[in-house]
Design a protein around this ligand. Structure first.
Ligand code: GLN
Length: 194
């Protein structure tokens, strides 16, 4: 399985390391042409407005929508989750608008800019270690979206078919199980097409 990490801005190298540790071949994606050779794509954390701007500038909006329409999985973490969302609270414009959810940016406030916790995730046996940095929250989801984990009753991990979204940074720990979960989604998607 070959997985790309969108490398316009944000935590790219860490995702590549985690994907490799989980058993995938991983590459940094800077040009839309690279998408053709990939089975799945990670949109990393960083700053969603910046990532969105660069995606528009380099033609990634349409190219990633097309990639997803081909049944290839996407995994958005933190800012990447915001980029996947159909609706962003307090903003008129969203980015890819692929995942049926409303997100709130910087939802934990200033007191809790960053923190770590152990999180139960549906489909993963033991809690995973999650690092939250100026993290968004998923405020509401459509009926096709499955909630995979909550933190203090707020949704922080969700899946809609071939789309996976996490509010936190799974790539900043040595716990690769959420990346492994995504690789399983990619394998399932590839098998379904074969
Ligand atoms: N606060 C950032 C945003 O709104 C996301 C933070 C992150 O990715 N660590 O885009």
């Amino acid at each position: 399985m070959k997985i790309g990490v969108l490398a316009l801005q944000g935590a790219v190298a860490e995702h590549i390391r985690s994907l490799e540790a989980a058993g995938a071949e991983a590459v940094a994606v800077k040009r839309v042409e690279q998408l053709d050779e990939l089975n799945g794509l990670v949109i990393p954390g960083g700053e969603s407005t910046t990532i969105g701007k660069l995606m528009r500038k380099y033609g990634f909006m349409e190219a990633i929508r097309e990639f997803s329409a081909q049944g290839k999985p996407l995994f958005g973490t933190c800012a990447g989750l915001i980029v996947l969302a159909d609706r962003i609270e307090g903003q008129d414009e969203a980015h890819l608008r692929l995942m049926d959810m409303t997100v709130a940016r910087n939802a934990f406030g200033r007191q809790r800019e960053s923190f770590e916790t152990d999180l139960d995730v549906k489909g993963i046996d033991e809690p995973i270690r999650a690092v939250f940095i100026r993290a968004p929250l998923i405020k509401s989801v459509g009926e096709d979206v499955e909630v995979l984990s909550t933190y203090k009753d707020e949704i922080v991990t969700a899946r809609q078919g071939t789309l996976l979204a996490a509010s936190y940074h799974p790539e900043l720990t040595d716990d690769y199980r959420l990346h492994a979960y995504f690789l399983d989604m990619v394998k399932e998607a590839a098998a379904a097409k074969a």
